[in-house]
Design a binder for this molecule. Structure first.
Ligand SMILES: C[S@@+](CC[C@H](N)C(=O)[O-])C[C@H]1O[C@@H](n2cnc3c(N)ncnc32)[C@H](O)[C@@H]1O
Length: 260
């Protein structure tokens, strides 16, 4: 059951992207966050554009026909299945989110699409997620897969939990699979602490923490990075790209990597 008296990350993100599935608690939390980190709305838009470019890139390789999107958020424009299925109409997409509002809205949107589903689960439950996806015939073990962790790992406070989850997914997937990962990062320790405290308070402790650039880079250890890790507004820029993020007190940092 949805508690709308506390802000939720999914609804706040929806508000920042201009969506309508959000409430007063979310608006108030976003306004407070924007006072501390004014670039946050621009980051949300930039993040979404990165996700679309990354999926377009992976779909364009023709190497991958299944996607697992961890912490997928509320449906918006250019969702993963829409981008992937433009390149390959048979592409299978599993969305995973632990916010019930995502399940409710996602189901409505996906009813007509047999190759796509939304699973309500904590993304830390890797084994259960892959088993459910396999049962639904939307994930075939042993086939190259793209696993997405786009703007979600900062919802997990414990470093070992976050790192081990990514490792488990990398171990599950065969060589030639892709990881798409970006994370709110800053080299300003005060800002990291301020935003972390604010977000934990407004969401009722359902948030993790902002990490440093080095901490984000560690998620990519052992993987073959495609291009470079960067402020994602600079990742493989294309003509759809909005202006670069400015100011840059924090950024979404990360990129795309291939499992060797
Ligand atoms: C900032 S949104 C990102 C949405 C999407 N990945 C994107 O980049 O457009 C973060 C999402 O992660 C979800 N989330 C947070 N913690 C989670 C967890 N432990 N398991 C599953 N989903 C989680 C939230 O509910 C929210 O929808």
């Amino acid at each position: 059951m949805e508690d709308v008296t506390k802000a939720s990350v999914a609804r706040m993100y929806d508000y920042l992207l201009g969506g309508t599935d959000n409430y007063e608690s979310d608006w108030a939390a976003c306004e407070e966050l924007l006072r501390v980190a004014p670039s946050t709305q621009q980051i949300a838009l930039i993040n979404r554009q990165f996700l679309v470019r990354a999926v377009k890139y992976i779909a364009g390789t023709g190497e991958v026909d299944q996607y697992i999107d961890h912490g997928s958020g509320l449906p918006t424009q250019n969702n993963v299945h829409q981008v992937a299925q433009r390149a390959d109409s048979g592409a299978r997409v599993v969305y995973v989110d632990n916010d019930p509002i995502v399940l409710a809205h996602g189901r409505m949107m996906l009813e007509e699409n047999p190759n796509t589903t939304v699973i309500e689960a904590d993304m830390l439950q890797t084994k259960q997620i892959f088993e459910r996806a396999e049962k639904l015939k939307l994930y075939k073990p042993g086939r190259p897969t793209a696993a997405l962790f786009v703007s979600v790992l900062h919802c997990i406070r414990d470093d070992d939990d976050a790192r081990q989850m990514v490792r488990r997914v990398v171990r599950e997937l065969p060589s030639g699979s892709y990881i798409v990962l970006c994370h709110l990062a800053s080299d300003d320790a005060q800002l990291r602490d301020d935003v972390t405290a604010l977000m934990q308070r407004v969401t009722g402790d359902k948030w993790g923490r902002v990490r440093s650039f080095e901490e984000v880079e560690r998620f990519f250890e052992g993987l073959d990075v495609v291009g470079e890790l960067c402020d994602v507004s600079r990742w493989r820029p294309d003509s759809d790209l909005a202006p670069r993020q400015e100011p840059t007190e924090w950024v979404e940092y990360g990129g795309v990597a291939r499992i060797p």
